[in-house]
Design a protein around this ligand. Structure first.
Ligand code: PEP
Length: 248
């Protein structure tokens, strides 16, 4: 049985003081919550948030990670540095990284393999643009992002991978995939994983949905058989909007 996994991606929001405040609110509100929880503050607040959530049921995540351990990579943050801060999960291939910062599948795969080598849980994001969906290519894109993102990842390492299906047209737009549409891609992604790693591994892997998930649509999305949680952006920025999703 897969455990429901709700993650909050704070993106480029929150000063340190604001991040501490939100993290404190979540620690209180999610104490005893029955799902698995993760929050990914900006790099600048990781240290501060780590102190607040240490020893609680909320894991610390980072929104990105470098594809190298050290060296001349101005502006990048190494997996070793993240580990040092207590980060346990890294989000890789978020659509904003793919589309705004032109990260391609090869770079994303390099990050995935390095992060897994260092023992992180990886949330690999996949998802089609509106143009791709309208051209009937949603499955093709999600299938190829899954295969290329996981290239070279062993069956054992797959235990550390979560996939997040985030249709690009639904992120931050207020448009959500219908539960049935999302379920279709989730089921297809599970079949893709089965093709790569076998049926047992596919049954085990957590596939989150992301894209304008809110308190009022979370229950219907999470009720789908292949939707195992959510990666939440906008609604993860306040206790009042995030906690109801976490407690669904
Ligand atoms: C995200 O950033 O991963 C996301 C799903 O954002 P939002 O919930 O705001 O659509």
């Amino acid at each position: 049985m897969r455990q429901c996994y709700i993650a909050g991606n704070w993106k480029m929001n929150k000063t340190r003081a604001e991040a501490i405040d939100l993290a404190r609110g979540l620690v209180t509100a999610l104490k005893g919550g029955r799902h698995r929880y993760m929050i990914a503050p900006p790099f600048t607040s990781l240290d501060a948030v780590a102190s607040v959530i240490r020893g609680t049921n909320i894991r610390l995540g980072a929104q990105n990670v470098a594809c190298e351990e050290s060296g001349a990579h101005t502006g990048e943050v190494s997996p070793l540095m993240l580990k040092d801060l207590g980060v346990r999960t890294v989000i890789i291939g978020h659509s904003e990284r793919r589309h705004l910062y032109k990260e391609g599948d090869a770079l994303i795969n390099k990050k995935v393999r390095l992060a897994l080598k260092h023992g992180f849980e990886v949330i690999l994001c996949i998802g089609e643009t509106l143009e791709e969906r309208e051209a009937g290519k949603a499955q093709e894109i999600c299938g190829s992002q899954t295969r290329l993102g996981l290239a070279g990842v062993t069956g054992d390492e797959l235990d550390g991978v979560v996939i997040a299906y985030e249709p690009v047209w639904a992120i931050g737009t207020g448009k959500t995939a219908t539960p049935e549409d999302a379920q279709g891609i989730h089921a297809f992604t599970r079949v893709t994983v089965a093709g790569l790693y076998g049926k047992a591994a596919a049954e085990k892997i957590i596939i989150q949905y992301g894209g304008s998930m809110k308190a009022d649509n979370a229950s219907a999305l999470l009720a789908q058989p292949d939707i195992d949680g959510g990666l939440i952006g906008g609604a993860a920025l306040t206790v009042d909007t995030f906690v109801p999703i976490c407690l669904v």
